[in-house]
Design a protein around this ligand. Structure first.
Ligand code: GLV
Ligand code: MN
Ligand code: MN
Length: 437
């Protein structure tokens, strides 16, 4: 890498200004944000991002999955001001754009969980945009196009890792037909965003178009804070499987039916939840299980529940372990349903495989940290991220910055601004290192 690049830094005030504006859109009273995918609030944040890209003189791009990007083509960087915003057709006609240049993607997501925090996803997108602004204003000519991307529905309000799976060509009609957020909800959301099943399925990019994917994210745990380390270099991202389990019993009068005579769906669901926790803690120490939602029907004080639909998710860093855990959880659900005389209905809602981060990208991150005098450590990610959709398409790497108290998916989420800036500078230096060729 040219010596001059190694002293380049992002503009922390400019990034803070963008981050603060972003955090004010759909802000909640307790300091978080509420931007579930394709809600009005999410559409507002997407519009803001588009305008921010256009204001900065970068090219705005979108695709059939609703991913939004700022694009900085190889050629544009050697030009000044408005000259840099070139019409693609003109560029290709005049031969100015290098048509075969590959693209280095950098990004994260602007959707949030319901009542989530300001940093999850937003920091990564703002840092990626800031990297492109820095490269553009310094007119650095690299060998790769740079693209700062906001992936659609990372959080799984609708499907989960939706935009990245579509871009990677992993999305199938089945994923859209029985999404974990419900088909109706997905259709409504896609309509609001002007998208459809067909557009979603058309967003796949050619394998040889991407040189890599980099993401900066908050850790969402306590390991960096506890160890007093500034940067985490992610070694692997856990996989996630989800199911809807329905425990089916019978509605009865809650006062006149004896305890013996009830087929109470809530008992199967509750017993399963407790037993699953015990089993995972005892037999699957590398894994986690979560029951995030139970819907009771009919759902009244004075009716024995006839049905409980339970949202089950479990995570593991290892495919073999996943298969064993999957079988063990389904067995357990059958057993607990039978214990209370209930039927069990099992609906598989999709999976994201665990993925290993690329070694060369990890090394480039480590070198960037060393050159910036930042301490770093290798760690795995227990949260899902878009990189896991892309890891069989191109080299993928991620870094984490410390989360205060490990809080995330909550308005308590916080990362010191100095740590955010450190992360963005590691992202910039790694981008320059990888894109300089
Ligand atoms: C996404 O943040 C997830 O891990 O659920
Ligand atoms: Mn995230
Ligand atoms: Mn998240």
């Amino acid at each position: 890498m040219a010596e001059s690049f190694s002293t380049l830094r992002i503009n922390p005030d400019r990034m803070l200004d963008s981050f603060t504006q972003l955090a004010s859109i759909a802000a909640t009273a307790d300091g978080g944000v509420n931007r579930p995918t394709f809600s009005e609030a999410h559409l507002a944040v997407r519009k803001w991002f588009r305008e921010e890209i256009e204001k900065s003189g970068l090219e705005f791009r979108t695709d059939g999955a609703g991913n939004h990007s700022a694009f900085l083509p190889v050629i544009a960087r050697s030009l000044k001001g408005d000259e840099a915003i070139l019409n693609s057709r003109q560029e290709i006609a005049s031969g100015q754009r290098t048509p075969l240049a590959m693209t280095l993607l950098i990004g994260s997501h602007l959707d949030s969980v319901p009542n989530g925090g300001r940093f999850d996803g937003a920091l990564g997108v703002m840092a990626a945009l800031e990297v492109l602004k820095t490269v553009k204003e310094n007119r650095i000519n690299l060998k790769l196009n740079l693209e700062a991307i906001d992936f659609t529905d990372e959080e799984g309000t609708l499907v989960g890792l939706l935009g990245s799976a579509a871009l990677a060509g992993h999305l199938s009609q089945k994923d859209l037909t029985s999404p974990r957020g419900g088909r109706e909800h997905l259709i409504e959301g896609m309509m609001r965003a002007g998208l459809s099943d067909a557009s979603m399925l058309s967003a796949a990019r050619p394998k040889d178009s991407l040189a890599g994917y980099l993401e900066l994210h908050i850790e969402q745990g306590r390991r960096l804070e506890r160890a007093g380390i500034e940067i985490g270099i992610v070694s692997a991202i856990v996989g996630i499987w989800s199911y809807r389990l329905s425990f089916l019993g019978r509605a009865d009068h809650a006062g006149s039916t004896t305890m013996d005579d009830r087929l109470d769906a809530s008992l199967g669901a509750s017993a399963f939840t407790l037993a699953a926790r015990e089993m995972v803690m005892k037999d699957f120490p590398n894994c986690v299980v979560n029951v995030g939602k139970m819907d009771f029907a009919p759902g009244a004080f004075n009716i024995v529940p006839a049905r409980v639909d339970l949202a089950l998710e479990f995570r593991s860093p290892n495919e073999d372990e996943f298969n064993r855990l999957n079988a063990a959880l389904l067995d357990l659900a059958e057993k607990e349903a039978a214990r209370f005389g209930l039927e069990l209905k099992v609906e598989f809602l999709g999976k994201h495989s665990p993925s290993i981060m690329n070694e060369n990208v990890c090394t480039a991150f480590a070198t960037a940290c060393d050159n910036l005098n930042l301490t770093h450590v290798s760690l795995s990610s227990g949260a899902g991220h878009d990189g896991q959709s892309l890891s069989d398409l191109c080299p993928v790497g991620m870094i984490f910055v410390p989360s205060v108290d490990g809080a995330s998916h909550s308005p308590r989420e916080f990362t010191k601004w100095e740590d955010c800036v450190n992360g963005a500078n590691v992202l910039l230096q790694t981008t320059l290192r990888l894109a300089a060729g």
